[in-house]
Design a protein around this ligand. Structure first.
Ligand code: FNR
Length: 199
């Protein structure tokens, strides 16, 4: 099973990207987690671009569509998700990709957004006391509105600057165990997702 890991932070030394690198290590057997970068390449959402979307948007849609599930890590910017992450979700929420229908018939395709029915989960960390909890709650709400199947609860990792070592490794075994459990739940939801059952 292939799960994409998408960080909402663009900065090189991001704690959220570090959290996802830990999730790569924490993935249970049979689950391959791959970091996906590309949020910073996307233009601001503009419906006029839908007629012939830029390559960066095409890549987003193809990669996210091909994944069995997606794990998002979000920082908190002013109490919510960073604009870049919201922008990526807006692009992924629009119906401009063809997929086989539930029966897998090649001749019968429907136009569908890549997030529709996609199993997704969220984690997040911030330097504040609440570990990007509001951002994670908003992210789950936004993903749900976009049609994704949101799995599990938030995993708020507070005071990020005290939770990772200089190499970006988690100092906290409990968070590592939470990541593993989270991924196990996400993977089992992906197996149970209707399109997987039908395939
Ligand atoms: C922040 N930060 C922050 N933290 C928080 O807990 N709640 C908040 O509302 C905000 N707001 C906020 C706005 C902006 C514009 C920035 C740049 C930062 C601090 C934030 O948690 C910290 O910079 C994290 O380190 C960001 O995550 P990454 O980049 O390390 O993954």
């Amino acid at each position: 099973m292939q799960i994409l890991a998408v960080s909402g932070s663009l900065r090189e030394a991001s704690f959220n990207t570090s959290l996802l690198r830990e999730a790569v290590e924490a993935a249970p057997d049979g689950v391959e987690l791959e970091l996906w970068e590309g949020i910073g390449d996307l233009p601001l959402y503009d419906e006029d671009l839908e007629a012939d979307v830029p390559e960066s948007v095409r890549r987003l849609r193809e990669d996210w569509a091909a994944a069995d599930a997606i794990l998002f890590a979000t920082p908190e910017y002013n109490g919510s998700v960073p604009g870049g992450l919201k922008n990526a979700i807006d692009w992924a929420s629009r119906p401009h990709i063809f997929r086989p229908d539930g029966a897998g018939a090649v001749s019968s395709h429907k136009l569908e957004a890549v997030l529709r029915d996609k199993p997704v989960a969220v984690v997040g960390t911030s330097t504040g006391q609440f570990g990007a909890l509001w951002a994670q709650q908003d992210l789950k709400r936004i993903l749900g509105i976009a049609g994704a199947r949101v799995v599990g609860t938030e995993i708020p990792v507070a005071r990020a600057h005290e939770r990772f070592d200089a190499n970006g490794r988690l100092l906290d075994g409990e968070v590592f165990a939470q990541l593993r459990l989270h991924l196990t739940t996400l993977a089992s939801e992906a197996v149970a997702a209707p399109e997987r059952v039908a395939a």
